[in-house]
Design a binder for this molecule. Structure first.
Ligand code: TXD
Length: 321
């Protein structure tokens, strides 16, 4: 069986880590594209030269020529500026929409049958724009955000409870922004509700609620917390690792149920927008939206987040995209 061809558009912080992870996991042959002359060629040459050490046999190519992505099975798009301290993801809209439009036009031309995993921010709007420009069927376009946000939520819960993160299940729905919706009710440690464990830990329901509120808030602000510390860039490893989980689910047809930015056609009361929800990822991309009953508060929070996505899409359209 021939290896899959994976093209990465945008060879910066995330693009470099993606290339490394794909090589180390031997997920497929990699083409790394960027507009910066020679930079992708340098990054891929360096990674390729570790093949004997890491024992991987995949072809890795850096390029400034879109022709080289021809026939890619999977495209991972990181092209776009990252945030600087004090910026919201939405502040990137104008610049990154222009970049995404160009990227999408080239992918439509050179890899029209690929499955696209979008990483660039503002994520939900970039996924929408990519789909509009390429005309790809919605199952072949998916955004990476929910896996990262859910992993952050799980990590903070694990640290609070002093247990392994491997035993935490935590889910975040909605847009990839301040309105995201960590689902507290279903957060659990091997099936045991986190709230129950917090109430036991503090022997105080009010304190347990306060602690969970702080965990939810930290999850929502986690991207900004990293940007504030890094000062010159944003999270790079965790989004890359999250996108690799999606890539593996597609390449190996794993039918993983993962929180991803997917097209909703009535699910969760949303029609015609890309929003973060649990979905089945497999060889055909987004194969099924997994819908579960939300309580009134959760539905209201999700509606608020969807409205934030909708207004960003309207802003983007007003800008002519
Ligand atoms: O989980 C998530 N979805 C988010 C995504 C988590 C963290 C970062 N998030 C966003 O990913 C971030 O806000 C940015 O919009 C993207 C990429 O972040 P990264 O940290 O990789 O940014 P870099 O290091 O600046 O890399 C961006 C590369 C850079 O090398 C540019 O030269 C290139 O994008 N670029 C382009 N490539 C192709 N085509 C065009 N037009 C182009 N313009 C810039």
């Amino acid at each position: 069986m021939s290896r899959k061809k994976i093209a990465i558009i945008g060879g910066g912080q995330i693009g470099g880590v993606l290339t490394q992870l794909i090589a180390q996991k031997q997920l497929g042959d990699v083409v790394l594209f960027d507009i910066v002359q020679d930079m992708p060629q340098g990054k891929t040459l360096d990674i390729a030269e570790a093949a004997r050490v890491d024992l991987f046999d995949v072809n890795i190519k850096g390029t400034n020529d879109y022709q080289d992505i021809s026939g890619a099975d999977i495209i991972i798009i990181t092209a776009g500026l990252p945030r600087k301290p004090g910026m919201s993801r939405d502040d990137l809209l104008t610049t990154n929409a222009q970049i995404m439009k160009t990227v999408a036009e080239n992918i439509k031309k050179f890899a029209p049958n690929s499955i696209a995993i979008i990483i660039s921010n503002p994520l939900d709007a970039m996924v929408t724009l990519f789909t509009k420009v390429t005309g790809f069927p919605t199952n072949r376009v998916v955004g990476q955000a929910g896996i990262l946000d859910s992993s952050r939520f799980a990590t903070f819960i694990a640290w609070e409870l002093g247990v392994s993160v491997k035993d935490i299940n935590a889910l975040v729905l909605g847009g990839h922004g301040d309105t995201m919706v960590p689902i507290v009710r279903y957060a659990n440690v091997n099936g045991i509700p986190v709230m129950e464990l917090l109430e036991k830990k503090y022997n105080d329901k009010t304190k347990a609620k306060e602690v969970m509120t702080a965990l939810v808030e930290r999850t929502k602000q986690a991207g900004g917390e990293v940007v504030k510390l890094l000062k010159t860039g944003s999270a790079f490893y965790s989004p890359s690792s999250s996108a690799i989980a999606m890539t593996e689910a597609i390449i190996y047809d794993e039918k993983r149920v993962l929180p991803v930015c997917a097209y909703l056609n009535g699910e969760y009361g949303v029609k015609g927008y890309f929003v973060g929800v649990p979905a089945v990822l497999g060889a055909n991309g987004v194969e099924k939206i997994i819908e579960f009953a939300l309580n009134e508060e959760e539905q209201s929070l999700l509606n608020n987040s969807v409205n934030a996505v909708k207004s960003l899409v309207v802003d983007m359209e007003r800008l002519g995209f």
